[in-house]
Design a protein around this ligand. Sequence first.
Ligand SMILES: [Zn+2]
Ligand SMILES: [Zn+2]
Length: 149
Amino acid sequence: MTTQTAAPARLRGGHPQHTTDQEQHMPIRPENRGRYPINWPDISRSIRIDRARLRCECDGRCGTSHGGRCAARNARPNPMTGSLVVLTVAHLDHNPANCDPANLMAACQACHLRYDREHHAQTRAATRRAAITAAGQLTLEDPCPSAST
Ligand SMILES: [Zn+2]
Ligand SMILES: [Zn+2]
C-alpha cells in the first residue's frame, strides 16, 4: 500500500527560475537566425560576462572615440546617451557563423549600431567602387563607337 502524499504546492528554494531574457533583446534577423551556432546564447553570455565583465568592449572600433574603452555597462545608463545599456555581442566580420572569440565584441547598443552602420557604409562604398570599376572595364573592352573624337 502506497501512501500518496499530495505534493505540497510549495516552491522549493524560493528563487524564481527565470530564463535569461538577454537574448530576446538581441536583434537577430530572421535570415541570419540559422547561421548562429546552437550554443550561441552560451558563447554570447561567456563573452559578455566572463571576458567583458558586462562592460562594452568597444575601443573606438565603432567609429566614435570614447577616449579609450567605452564606459557603458550592462543594465546601467549609458554615459553617452543616458539610455539603459543592454550589452550585446557584435560579430566584427558581420558573419554570425564566425564565433571565434577574436571575432566577437561585447558592445552596448550605441556602439553596436554605429559599428554596423560603419560596415554598411563601407559595403555600399565598396559596391559602388566595384560597379564603377566594372563599368570602366566594360568601356575599355567595348568602347562606344559614337564616343570617338
Ligand atoms: Zn559602447
Ligand atoms: Zn564604440
